[in-house]
Design a protein around this ligand. Structure first.
Ligand code: WT7
Length: 640
């Protein structure tokens, strides 16, 4: 397909295919000018493509003996034998360049406070906290759970772990007791880093109190470091809990801390994500290949330049934040902006005010946020000067063309291409995405990134035709790929690599159009996408069943105007309990306090039975069809 072919912009109104050609101004000087040529080269030799990027974008203490070791599939290894540390590339090396005094991070609190860190200042904080962690007994390979609000100390804590070779496990601050407990327990973290609270929508999220509850259930925890953000009273347990600022004022907080020499394949972090069944699983990412993958994709897709101010509005607690707030931008030596609170606080122009205030050039967010802001109308963004913006991005779920157009027109003023990036916690980096030189179609992530081979296949692994729906798979390894599931190598193989031979199963369904553009349809497993957050039906169901009134529960996702999907629960009560509006409300609140507010069902319905197969598996598909008044499909296995 010729990317240079000029077609009419837009076109949806008159029933034509809708196209947005690349903007000359944006493509000029962009890292990738000739998409087709590079795509062809990377296709012919993907290993060579990644090797070149590894040499160009990051430094290594010692080189590799082999770029890709695929002798023990699907346990791939990248940059075998190389020595590195991602913190060397994200911080240390910049200290000897013009970037030493450049801003690495600009932060704004929801209450309007602002803090900035140069690379030099960031290095001091990271090194001091790394020394503190060492003094607390944290060693290479140990896991540290980080459960914080969106404050600069969150990336500082992550980088401090990485610097000394510890493995961070960040738990999103919107999760609650049981979600946190499960993650501390599974990762066997002896140290937890948290905050007294977080500001959100003018209120305080009680992080410390939630952490206390979770830790009560996880006796392995020896030390809790508490960063003071809100300043409200919180209980501190003698001998276990310590204030961040107290520790950082002690001589143990030595700003001279050596960056540990790591093997390229040593683990960098664990990040829990929901799968088809059971408890969330910890995805493992490493120091070596991961840094190459995130730096390359961020540079090519968002075209981050030295003078740019880049804002990824995700939460650092999700993979988007790990790869594209923390590691990617710092490796590229960029200036990253981070905001603490809600997009609509105190008014719906908060984001646009900050774009203006800090002169943001690149804004990367999620469809749910766009839809949420869109409902307040154009007047809010129009009051602000958004002329600094050059590129926009979207991630987390398919973006509906209506939201795409609103974003493109009212935020990007029809000048800024929208990079719709498809990827996953497991992939670590963008997999299907345009670059600024690619013509766009609203709702499509266009084509696979350089060196990536994506395909859409049927039940038997055969590629489906143009316009046909099938399972999205990835046929080649990539450097930022997950290295497994912590503590469960079999599950890694069975979940991702056993349905098809030699192909990674994404769990998504998709279609491809005549131009080779990919259109993601959605998850085909029991994974929900609520406001872009990934949740498993099994997790929400087990939160429901942990309530004394509930005998059985089934959860499905139904379309929701802003959230994309909303959670609907069907509950069978234990004997002695009667359905009532109060009980439904109590169950919603229970899920909120066990899992987190994002997991709260929209609605709890009481039922007398649940549709099940003869082997006792709940048929959520049938519940979903019934709830939407659609045909129930094949119900030959239904027992009910
Ligand atoms: C799932 C992965 C990757 C960062 C955030 C989500 C869906 C993600 C897109 C997109 C359509 C998307 C997929 C995928 N998804 N980005 N641009 N278009 N769908 O990471 O929580 O691991 O979720 O999010 O369904 O499988 P995650």
């Amino acid at each position: 397909m010729a990317t240079t072919e000029v077609r009419q912009q837009g076109g949806a109104e008159n029933g034509q295919e809708e196209w947005y050609p690349p903007s000359e101004a944006v493509v000029q000087g962009a890292h990738i000018q000739d998409w087709d040529k590079l795509a062809r080269e990377a296709d012919a030799d993907f290993v060579g493509f990644w090797e070149a990027r590894a040499k160009e974008l990051v430094d290594w203490y010692e080189p590799w003996t082999k770029v890709l070791d695929d002798s023990n599939k699907p346990f791939f290894k990248w940059f075998v034998g190389a020595k590195t540390n991602i913190v060397h590339n994200a911080i240390d090396r910049h200290l000897h360049t013009h970037r030493r005094n450049k801003l690495a991070l600009i932060w704004e609190g929801e209450n309007g406070e602002s803090r900035t860190f140069s690379y030099h200042a960031l290095n001091r904080e990271v090194s001091k906290f790394a020394s503190v962690l060492k003094a607390l007994g944290v060693r290479k390979g140990d896991r540290v759970t980080i459960y914080m609000g969106r404050v600069p100390e969150l990336p500082i804590a992550m980088l401090a772990c990485a610097k000394i070779g510890a493995v961070h496990s960040v738990v999103y601050g919107g999760f609650s007791t049981e979600a946190l407990h499960g993650r501390i327990e599974d990762s066997q973290s002896r140290v937890v880093v948290t905050c007294d609270g977080a500001f959100l929508n003018g209120k305080i999220v009680e992080l410390k109190r939630i952490a206390d509850e979770a830790i009560k259930r996880a006796p392995i925890v020896e030390h809790v470091v508490v960063f003071r953000r809100t300043g409200h009273e919180v209980p501190m347990e003698e001998g276990r809990d310590m204030w961040w600022h107290d520790l950082m004022a002690l001589p143990i907080a030595d700003p001279r801390c050596k960056t540990e020499v790591m093997d390229a394949e040593d683990p960098l972090y664990l990040l829990y994500t929901s799968g088809t069944t059971g408890r969330p699983k910890a995805i493992i990412h490493t120091h070596g290949g991961y840094q190459v993958g995130v730096a390359t994709t961020l540079q090519y897709v968002f075209d981050v330049c030295d003078e740019d101010r880049y804002w990824c509005a995700a939460d650092p607690g999700w993979v988007t934040g790990h790869s594209y707030i923390v590691y990617g931008p710092l490796i590229l030596g960029a200036t990253s902006f981070m905001y603490e609170g809600a997009p609509t606080y105190p008014y719906p122009d908060r984001w646009w005010a900050m774009v203006e205030r800090y002169g943001i050039n690149i804004l990367y967010t999620a469809p749910t946020a766009i839809r949420g802001l869109m409902r307040f109308g154009e007047a809010w963004p129009n009051r602000r000067d958004l002329s600094s913006l050059r590129l926009l991005g979207s991630v987390g779920e398919p973006i509906n063309p209506e939201a795409w157009r609103w974003y493109y027109t009212n935020i990007g003023k029809s000048r800024c291409p929208v990079m719709d990036t498809w990827w996953q916690t497991e992939t670590g980096m963008f997999m299907i995405t345009p670059t600024p030189s690619v013509p766009l179609k609203p709702g499509s992530g266009t084509r696979p990134f350089f060196g990536i081979e994506a395909d859409i296949v049927d039940e038997h692994g055969k590629s489906v035709g143009v316009g046909e729906e099938g399972f999205l798979v990835l046929r080649r390894p990539w450097p930022a790929m997950l290295r497994g599931i912590y503590g469960d190598p079999e599950r890694y193989v069975s979940q991702y690599w056993s349905k098809y031979k030699d192909a990674y199963l994404t769990g998504d369904s998709a279609k491809r159009d005549k131009d080779g553009y990919f259109w993601i349809i959605g998850r085909v497993d029991d994974v929900l996408k609520v406001s872009g957050y990934r949740l498993g039906t099994a997790e929400v169901e087990s939160a429901l069943v942990s309530h004394p009134a509930v005998a059985e529960a089934a959860v499905i996702g139904l379309p929701h105007e802003i959230k994309g999907q909303g959670i609907h629960a069907f509950v069978l009560l234990r004997q002695g309990f009667t359905p009532s509006a109060e009980l439904a409300e109590e169950l919603r609140a229970h899920v909120g306090s066990e899992m987190g507010p994002i997991a709260k069902p929209e609605e709890v319905k009481f039922v007398d039975s649940l549709p099940k197969t003869r082997s006792g598996k709940i048929m959520r598909r049938v519940l979903k069809a019934r709830a939407q008044g659609l045909p129930e499909g094949d119900i030959s296995t239904l027992e009910e």
